[in-house]
Design a protein around this ligand. Structure first.
Ligand code: ZN
Ligand code: ZN
Length: 318
């Protein structure tokens, strides 16, 4: 089974007919030259090991995914276990990122203390780190979904595994059940080094912090995207590309390709320009220069020069 990158015609078909859409949205869904083609998988990569047939916008609509509405319109983040200061993404910045990325209200639930719940654990034979069984977490979350939740995303620094035969998993979700759990444990380079040694306990350098943060934002965008019914993307380089390992996750961008953007926009109904404006502001604030540059370029593609400049400048003076 060899993955063949889609042709231009296949990509256009996946985006679907945009002729009836408002001008700005139509333009935002035109790829231009801002989206790299998906790379051919190398051995060990996701697409070398998993068959993905892709999900066009029309197929997405036919799948009748959950959509946020007046009653269930909030994304909840559920911290699980400890978040030691200085080496992890602070929950507050994750909340801020999710708010701008999904253009929806996001709230943080009070932390769940691991020892207060019946969660199966084991020691991983390769890393010697403790792992928790993802399914047990999902079962607990499902019992406590707030009435106004579109979805609840548990975030944890504990390493996860989905079943005894698996080594680990970055995250797991029940799409219809509106719950998911994602681990940031493996995003810290120290996870793979001297376990629980001096370095593991110490504060992280600015560069490492940024790396962990970028990885965390991307998994949050990716996994929350699944909660909206988006399956893995095979059309462009995209935050929704599947990933088998950390190098592959690091290679994928933070943005949504036009196919995935259209799905999310349809589901949430946001104004694409306002969303990009907020994202630009956020990326500048956290010092994500590459992302800020990409969004700026995209705004210039979507809008006439004058209008684009107004948004780019307005957001940078705040
Ligand atoms: Zn995924
Ligand atoms: Zn995509």
């Amino acid at each position: 089974m060899i993955f063949k990158p889609p042709t231009v015609a296949e990509k256009i078909r996946a985006i679907g007919d945009t002729s009836g859409l408002p001008e700005v949205l139509r333009k935002a869904l035109e790829p231009g030259d801002d989206f790299e083609p998906i790379s051919s998988p190398k051995p060990g990569d996701w697409l070398a090991e998993h068959h993905e047939s892709g999900q066009s916008f029309d197929e997405f609509l036919r799948s009748k995914p959950n959509r946020p509405d007046k009653k269930r319109g909030k994304i909840y983040l559920q911290p699980l276990g400890e978040f030691p200061k200085g080496k992890i993404p602070l929950v507050q910045t994750l909340k801020e990122f999710a708010t701008v990325y999904f253009f929806m209200p996001v709230d943080v639930l009070p932390s769940l203390v691991l020892s207060e719940h019946n969660i199966t654990t084991r020691i991983n034979q390769f890393t010697r780190n403790q792992q928790i069984l993802a399914g047990d977490v999902l079962a607990i979350l499902q019992k406590n979904v707030p009435a106004d939740a579109f979805c609840v995303l548990a975030i944890t620094m504990e390493d996860l595994y989905p079943a005894p035969s698996w080594n680990f998993v970055f995250g797991q979700a029940l799409l219809r059940g509106r719950v998911g759990v994602y681990s940031f444990a493996r995003y810290d380079p120290a996870f793979y080094g001297e376990k629980r040694g001096k370095d593991y306990e110490g504060p992280r350098s600015a560069g490492t912090q940024k790396l962990i943060l970028r990885r965390s934002y991307k998994i949050l965008a990716h996994e929350t995207g699944h909660m909206f019914g988006l399956t893995h993307c095979i059309y462009f380089d995209c935050v929704l590309n599947g990933s088998n390992h950390l190098a592959e996750s690091d290679a994928r961008p933070s943005h949504l390709c036009p196919v995935c953007l259209r799905k999310l926009q349809h589901s949430i109904g946001f104004d694409v320009v306002s969303r990009y404006g907020n994202l630009l502001h956020f990326y500048k604030k956290v010092g994500f220069d590459d992302e800020a540059k990409w969004v700026t370029k995209r705004l210039k593609w979507i809008l006439p020069a004058e209008a684009a400049r107004a948004i780019i400048e307005e957001k940078s003076t705040d």
